[in-house]
Design a protein around this ligand. Sequence first.
Ligand code: 9MR
Ligand code: ZN
Length: 575
Amino acid sequence: MKETMKNGKKLGESNTEQTMFIRINQLGYASGLPVQIALLSDVASLDGIEANTAKNSCNESRLEKQTTLILTDTAGNEVKKCTIGKPSYDEASGDCVRLVNIGVLPEGEYYIEFEGQKREISVKKDPWQKVTDALIKGLYYQRCGCELEEKYAGKFTHKACHTAPAIEWDNREVKKTVIGGWHDAGDYGKYVGPGAVTVAHMIYAHMLCEKGCSDSLNIPESGNGVPDILNEARYELEWMLKMQRKDGAFYHKLTKAQFAPFIMPEDDHEQEYLMPVSHCATGAACACLALAYRVYKKYDAEFAEKLLSSALLASKWIDDNPEFVPYTNPEGVRTGWYGDKNFADEQFWAACELYASTGESKYKDAAEKLYQDGLNITSYGWADVSGLGAICCLFVLKDSAGDILYGSLKEKFIEECGKIAKLTEESGYGTALPADRYIWGSILSIMSNAISLILHGMLTGDDKYRAAALLQWNYALGLNALDISFITGFGEKSVKNPHHRPSGADGIDEPVPGLISGGPNKCFPYQQNRERFEGVPAAKCFLDETPSADTNEIAIYWNSPAIFVGAYFASECKQ
Ligand code: 9MR
Ligand code: ZN
């Protein structure tokens, strides 16, 4: 912690009524973008204080006159004085917060001084490339079926894991070698739908924010002439191809019957099964492979053709099996369910990508119909992939998508982004998530909303939206109610004990770097945490404790939207 001592008191500790806490992006700020910080008044942050009392005290303190924040250089010379407004009550955290936009600052180290508190911030030309690289490399650390060698993995090496042939759950006669892919999360399962969205986030990051995806990740393929973000994504794509049955359907997942204990992956020898095929896995894979076809064709035409034929075969299976059956875990299976009950979004995304890849009008007709029936076009996660179809329409097809899929969709998209921007205005910390939506993996909602705000900025050039998106990136790196950076290995105070089997079992103190935690979860915590979260505001329902999968697991599809956001801001720093 860089919060320093003043007058014998550790800053951040309360001994007056109005002690303030200073919250910052712990990795610093970019010289070309606004510096956003939060000043916290502790009237409302005392644990256990009744929400109404907290709210009232915050509102009373609103009566205070406006006040001043002083920014100095490290020698103590005043650099800037900002007049700041009254605090506002942040419902999600119960904190009384002043969110301050200091504006653009030249490169350097600064102290923020406010009412006896002091915290250092740094401003650099390009402060977030490293963490963005690490988020991509985080997926390398999730690789299954190969050794993680020291020259790439540093001390986080391990032997090849999960190399035995898999058996089909429904027909034990069928044996198949399906080595590869990424471990999904803190567990060692591999799931097609979540893998497909992760790859898509990475491909779109490459397409839309290329300058922010550096090509020196030090992974085995580095230097092969293909951008590293695509090298890493290909590791999952190769596996995904193996997850397709001959008739075109995709197995929902490759897992054991139960989650492994906290052991290293190479010590996990229980039988892996190809669990039943599902519509959602097939639809998501179809869309992802059709998208990947266009991007990889430039680098490897033969591989690209494989991707497209696989997508077309998947699409045929969907046509031949029009009755949607949601996936359920077979009896006796306890691994991740990914119980998606809606198929329209996968169908929409697949239709958009297939239209973009083949130009066949039947796909456009299908996408138009699905869109007109109503979709959440700003959702990009495994449960609702409509937003990925929307990105395809807005940034790939553009005018060629026509009045419905471009004209009307764009209008709707902009309207939805307006609602997201409003969420940031209503939050004390500027976080684009309402108090009642802190679900399992809340980081996905926050990073998804950042993606929408970024895309809005790209479509309209409105800087206000870019600044709102930046608040979400800053949230991930410490500008939040917990004063924590959710990305392992990055920040003065970052997540130390993620629910991640290798991090828990490798005997190394630090967690594997570059993994983003799911973050606070008020809505669906584990039974054993329910009591601990009683009376705790939503944005603080978080435990940096290994067993807490409900708040502190990592997942590939939480890293990937953060990759998009990081790549975007890193690319903005290259101007
Ligand atoms: O990301 C999933 C989240 O939306 C669900 O609420 C949660 C509980 O069902 O499961 C999450 O996914 C987990 C998956 O089932 C198994 N691998 C770890 C995933 C991250 O927690
Ligand atoms: Zn493995």
